[in-house]
Ligand binder design. Structure first.
Ligand SMILES: Cc1ncc(COP(=O)(O)O)c(C=O)c1O
Length: 431
């Protein structure tokens, strides 16, 4: 067969510069990328093209629940791809049914829809809310300031951060943001058009801020009273990251009515596939059939391959007690970091989070960061220094570095990460 286009030239210099050139020429520049290019990973470590090893506390932004190149994920991919990869949602397949059952069993009676990302999972929740309120002319969803719900047009409309909306107006109608953890504010924001509330149990992108138990319990009461759906965005804080399957379960531990709180819908993605792209949303009964045949669809949603991998991730997390590990390792890291903040108050303001979702908030105006690259956010400068020292973390907002390591993090790796953080913090304090 005659070739229509000439074959692309091979990468002759397989190095970071050549790869960066490819990106500069051919990839839409919508991401602010770090100057790092990785070629392989194993467990909690990544290696760049020059062979430098990094301890990965970013975890692909809360995705790599079992770390990198987990042999059982590889095995599940191989085994399922030998049998069946994709058939479309015109047909039934066993892995999708079994994954839906597994997720429902960990929540409450209801049903799941499978998709490909967190934004798409939230999009599903938006549509359920619209269907729910439609006959009464209710369509509005209240979300929180500083929230993050994805980059689709409806996702940025739901998100409570102006920076993601700028330049994309007009936004999708029917989303309003109210202060987080403020019951009085959300109560007074409810209008006759309001159909639902959507919040994160722990706000991730804006700097790791957990909801209070009173807020969650109050929201449930408010939604019951006003006939609103209560949705939780569990994309980042879900899938055992906080030490329980969903963050609201962890937040409500030990409260009098906590065990009885059940949201009406939850979006999931990120860790669900441990690196394989899969998202989902769960809807509680009696609302689980609101989206009837023909009302919602996505070609790649719930493929046998994606669901087989997600089932394996779930199996390994539970078999190996990784929720408990996330809780213990997370408590240990947080505790040690809080002590570090006491030793270096000129650099670290505070540390917060739940399980392996931890935010390190920097002190304002750290002299050396103000001097050297004043135009860059402190969080970014701090993360860059951690990178240089061999630790990957993720900035959240202007002042916070996020730790989202794999749920199977070892104690020795936690200690190694702490040592690197302390070396960077001490250097900043001393200069
Ligand atoms: C809470 C939350 N919701 C939704 C999303 C969007 O997920 P995705 O990037 O998979 O579309 C994210 C991504 O960071 C998130 O943190």
């Amino acid at each position: 067969m005659k070739e229509i286009l000439p074959a692309p030239p091979p990468i002759v210099r397989n190095d970071a510069v050549a790869i960066r050139e490819l990106f500069n020429k051919h990839v839409i520049p919508s991401y602010g990328r770090f100057d790092l290019a990785f070629s392989r990973g194993a467990g909690s470590y990544l290696w760049d093209l020059a062979g430098k090893r990094y301890l990965d506390f970013g975890g692909g932004i809360a995705v790599c629940a079992l770390g990198h190149s987990h042999p059982e994920i590889t095995e599940a991919l191989i085994e399922q791809s030998r049998k069946l990869v994709h058939v479309s949602n015109l047909y039934y397949t066993e892995p999708q049914g079994r994954l839906a059952q597994a997720l429902v069993n960990r929540l409450a009676p209801g049903k799941c829809f499978f998709c490909n990302s967190g934004a798409e999972a939230n999009e599903g929740l938006f549509k359920v809310a619209r269907k729910f309120g439609h006959e009464e002319g209710r369509f509005e969803m209240l979300t929180a300031q500083n929230s993050f719900h994805g980059r689709t047009l409806a996702g940025i409309s739901a998100t409570g951060q102006d920076k993601v909306k700028k330049g994309f107006e007009p936004l999708v109608q029917g989303f309003r943001q109210v202060p987080y953890n403020d019951l009085a504010a959300i109560r007074s924001a409810i209008s006759p058009a309001t159909a639902a509330i959507l919040i994160e149990g722990v706000q991730g992108e804006s700097g790791i801020t957990p909801a209070t138990p009173e807020y969650l319990l109050g929201l449930r009461q408010l939604c019951d009273e006003k006939k609103l759906l209560l949705f939780m965005d569990g994309v980042q804080d879900g899938h055992f990251r906080t030490g329980r399957f969903q963050s609201f379960q962890r937040i409500l531990e030990g409260t009098a009515n906590g065990a009885s709180l059940i949201p009406d819908g939850i979006s999931m993605a990120k860790s669900l596939g441990g690196g394989f792209p899969i998202g989902a949303f769960w809807i509680r009964q009696p609302y689980a059939d609101l989206l009837g045949p023909g009302t919602h669809a996505t070609t790649f949603g719930g493929t046998p391959l994606g669901c087989a991998v997600a089932l394996k991730v779930l199996e390994v997390i539970e078999r190996d007690g990784l929720a408990e590990n996330a809780r213990q390792c997370g408590d240990y890291l947080k505790d040690q970091l809080l002590q570090m903040a006491q030793r270096f108050p000129s650099v670290l303001k505070t540390v917060r989070g739940l399980g392996l979702m931890i935010g390190i908030e920097l002190a304002p105006n750290i002299p050396v960061l103000q001097r050297e690259e004043k135009e860059k956010a402190q969080s970014l400068q701090f993360v860059n220094r951690l990178h240089d020292a061999g630790l990957l973390t993720v900035p959240a907002g202007l002042q916070v570095a996020r730790l989202l390591p794999p749920l199977n993090l070892r104690q020795s790796e936690a200690d190694e990460g702490l040592k690197i953080i302390e070396s960077v913090v001490a250097a900043l304090a001393g200069s």
